[in-house]
Design a protein around this ligand. Structure first.
Ligand SMILES: C[S@@+](CC[C@H](N)C(=O)[O-])C[C@H]1O[C@@H](n2cnc3c(N)ncnc32)[C@H](O)[C@@H]1O
Length: 326
């Protein structure tokens, strides 16, 4: 009699704590929009369409971070796997389409996969696709906004946790906020062999940096302007796309690329209980992407309580991947 391989189908579990339709979310948006220098936290760039547009951005010739990070991960895959060792839960912060983590499954063989993302509908679709390909993999998906607190349910395995934070998403926080985020991750690693694998974009020439956020096809412009459609839905606001254009610039002193939406002409935007006048040329600041020198980022990891830090980079020194133990 020939043996048959049985695969146990484990249905993914979802825990959704982020809901855009709440007073707290509207209050957070109103606070930024009504500030003298208007701003919106970058997490609001990600609704279902925003997440798809980000996926398209990663395919653009100008957007070097994704392919450079991927090349580093592929080149040093054996070394990374050896350092990381046995993985219990692979916890993917800002998982998006889950594709980057999926590429690690073969080498790291996690016992559990925990994608975390604020773009909850998109996450559900990505997890359904992943489950079809890996029916035996234990998946615990978290629809969560980790800018407030990172909170893991009890069924997330607590030995050998590997936090995965790719794509230089850490650069969307100021260095002070990034330190707070890394401290949270350090805490959540626990005391049973937890660690962090993180991708960080590096300082480079201004033209390369700005083109990555202002591509010729204007996909990043669409990604940024889609934020207004998201705000219209969440706030019931009346932003008109034609009134706003995309801007990207590099602030060398702060080592960050900034994205803004700039008013083409004087415009008044209304939503229930509020209205905000914008003068021509005034902007809404929508994203920062801080760029780090490797020594500065290693110091941040150290200050957050990580140790035994390893670092890999590409031939041009454009991007860094770090592994650090809790
Ligand atoms: C730059 S994309 C990176 C996606 C993917 N990890 C990659 O590297 O290609 C940032 C991801 O983080 C998610 N995200 C942003 N802010 C978040 C927050 N505060 N809480 C949870 N997820 C967040 C977004 O929805 C998006 O999927």
């Amino acid at each position: 009699m020939s043996a048959t391989l049985e695969t146990v189908d484990t249905a993914p579990r979802y825990y959704q704590t982020f809901h855009p339709d709440t007073h707290a979310v509207r209050a957070e948006l109103e606070q930024g929009l009504c500030a003298p220098n208007a701003w919106v936290p970058p997490k609001f760039l990600y609704d279902p369409l925003g997440s798809c547009l980000f996926g398209a951005i990663t395919q653009l010739p100008e957007y070097y971070p994704t392919r450079t990070e991927q090349a580093i991960m592929a080149r040093y895959a054996d070394e990374i796997a050896q350092r990381v060792g046995g993985v219990g839960a692979l916890i993917d912060l800002g998982a998006g389409d889950c594709v980057k983590a999926e590429r690690l499954f073969g080498r790291l063989c996690p016992r559990q996969y925990v994608p975390v993302d604020i773009s909850t509908e998109y996450l559900r679709g990505a997890v359904a696709r992943l489950h079809a390909g890996y029916p035996g993999l234990d998946i615990v998906a978290l629809g969560q906004d980790f800018s407030h607190t990172l909170s893991l349910p009890e069924d997330v395995l607590d030995d050998g946790r590997l936090f995965f934070y790719p794509g230089s998403s850490i650069g969307n926080w100021s260095p002070e906020q990034a330190l707070g985020m890394l401290r949270q991750v350090r805490e959540a690693c626990g005391e049973r062999g937890g660690s962090l694998l993180i991708g960080v974009d590096r300082v480079k020439d201004e033209r390369t940096l700005v083109r990555a956020y202002d591509d010729a096809l204007q996909v990043t412009a669409a990604f940024n302007r889609n934020l207004l459609l998201h705000l219209n839905r969440v706030l019931r606001a009346d932003f008109a796309l034609a009134d706003w254009r995309h801007l990207a610039c590099f602030d060398a002193a702060r080592s960050r690329v900034e994205m803004h939406l700039q008013a083409n002409a004087p415009v008044t935007v209304n939503w229930p209980g509020h209205s905000r006048e914008f003068s021509a040329g005034e902007t809404i600041h929508t994203e920062c992407s801080y760029k780090y020198e490797p020594t500065d980022f290693a110091a941040l990891l150290d200050a957050a309580g990580f140790n035994d830090i390893a670092h890999w980079t590409d031939a041009q020194g454009w991007f860094s991947v770090f592994h650090a133990r809790a």
